[in-house]
Design a protein around this ligand. Structure first.
Ligand code: 7PM
Length: 284
């Protein structure tokens, strides 16, 4: 599988790619002065690239459960200087984690080549901005909105509902003139989902392959890992690596993680087993 990029290149997804998380929110690189945010963010991005990240996902608005929304201007003030600095220093792929049309435009102008939208381009103007940018797009499923999504999530059949939602968003993108080669899909672990929903989606991830698009997953440090292991957010690496390995075995080709070095190793092991399983299926 391949992903079409706006510069005419293609991201090779025949082996899985790790997407490193770079949050540029005041609580992540604490300091009042805006300028002081760029240097540590850039250093962290370069470290993740050295550790083997193929994509750096830059976000200026927290989408954690209960998070308060910020304005597009504030989001741009946080992320654009970091995107510009990273784009100057490295030819790594940059993705912009945003739900807003204005941030999509500015980020792509500054060098972002992938749009990672947890709202799947449903915000005002986002679909048109994404289409015009030429960037690749990750469409993620979320029930509700970040502020309230974990209040009372409920599904009759979570895998079918997530698949139907993603199918509708893919159709909206195609209608807007975005070629399928630019699209990724993501079931959105933790976004308006109970533990049982997350487990169902992970176990049945191969069913999402009916959409014919590369699958991205993010499970790093999430609440589902805390529920299963009883551990705080800083101690969920082992649980996250287990979940991520299962996702890769089940067909995920991009893995979003805060812990790039460890995730790169886990993904290599899981991918090797996936190849072995595919080879065995062919010769039987
Ligand atoms: C709960 C929900 C806690 C989400 C933390 C988070 C994803 C993402 C995030 C994902 C894609 C975090 C996240 N998660 N983008 N952004 N897929 N495409 O850990 O699963 O930062 S935010």
């Amino acid at each position: 599988m391949k992903l079409d990029l706006p510069d005419g290149r293609q991201l090779d997804l025949s082996s899985p790619v790790v997407m490193g998380v770079l949050n540029v929110t005041p609580d992540s690189f604490s300091d009042g002065g805006r300028h002081d945010q760029v240097a540590p963010a850039l250093a962290m991005a370069l470290r993740m690239i050295e550790e083997g990240a193929g994509i750096i996902d830059i976000g200026g608005e927290s989408t954690r459960p209960g998070a308060i929304p910020v304005s597009a201007d504030e989001e741009c003030r946080r992320v654009i200087p970091v995107i510009e600095a990273l784009h100057r220093r490295s030819d790594c792929l940059i993705s912009i984690d945003t739900m807003k049309a204005e941030v999509i435009r500015e980020a792509c102008r500054a060098g972002a080549m992938i749009i990672n939208d947890v709202n799947a381009l449903r915000s005002e103007g986002a679909l048109v901005a994404a289409a015009e940018s030429g960037a690749a797009i990750c469409l993620m499923h979320m029930q509700g909105e970040p502020r309230t999504m974990q209040n009372a999530p409920a599904y009759a059949a979570v895998v079918d509902e997530v698949t139907a939602f993603l199918r509708e968003r893919v159709a909206a993108c195609l209608d807007a003139g975005i070629p399928a080669g630019r699209l990724l899909i993501d079931p959105g672990f933790g976004f308006g989902k109970r533990l049982a929903d997350n487990l169902d989606l992970l176990a049945r991830l191969p069913e999402l392959a009916v959409l014919g698009l590369p699958i991205l997953v993010g499970m790093s440090r999430k609440g589902m890992l805390g529920q299963l292991t009883g551990r705080d957010v800083g101690d969920r690496l082992a649980g996250g690596l287990a979940a991520t390995s299962i996702a890769v075995l089940n067909g995920a080709v991009i893995v979003r993680s805060h812990d790039v070095a460890a995730t790169v190793d886990a993904v290599k092991v899981a991918h090797a087993v996936r190849l072995a399983a595919q080879a065995a299926a062919r010769t039987s």
